[in-house]
Design a protein around this ligand. Structure first.
Ligand code: FES
Ligand code: FES
Length: 135
């Protein structure tokens, strides 16, 4: 199967690979797995408590090229966004941007799930209501 140029770009040169200290209050960590293939993705965000703006994001993905590209793109997209704006990112945006074929759609779902899980973790740690900032 041929990967799109954008997938190859993110796969060969992934943005924001790394890890943050998950014990910090301002850091939210999402760890999700894809039942379809067993791939695992960890996405972390660092949120400004005053503005709820995501100031930094990091990821580590054990998975296929599309999953790595999806998470790399997701970290780029969430940076500079508020929690509410980041929650509006959907896997279909990722599918479009990376031109993922149908068989690779679940890789983008993994990235959306990882963003939501990271935000959920941050909200829980900071006692922000689950519904606050929801769209
Ligand atoms: Fe093997 Fe995703 S199915 S890496
Ligand atoms: Fe499973 Fe890509 S093949 S995440």
């Amino acid at each position: 199967m041929a990967y799109s140029d954008k997938v190859v770009d993110h796969y060969s040169n992934p943005r924001n690979v790394g890890q943050m200290d998950k014990t910090l209050d301002e850091v939210g960590t999402g760890l999700v797995g894809a039942p379809e293939c067993g791939d695992v993705m960890r996405l972390q965000i660092r949120v400004n408590p005053e503005t709820q703006v995501i100031e930094d994001a990091k990821f580590k993905t054990f998975g296929c090229g599309s999953a790595i590209a999806s998470s790399s793109l997701a970290t780029e997209w969430v940076k500079g966004k508020t929690i509410a704006e980041a929650l509006a990112i959907s896997n279909t945006d990722i599918v479009k941007e990376l031109a993922l074929p149908p068989v690779k759609i679940h890789c983008s779902v993994l990235a959306e799930d990882a963003i939501r899980a990271a935000i959920g973790d941050w909200k829980k740690k900071n006692h922000v209501a689950e519904t606050e900032g929801a769209v």
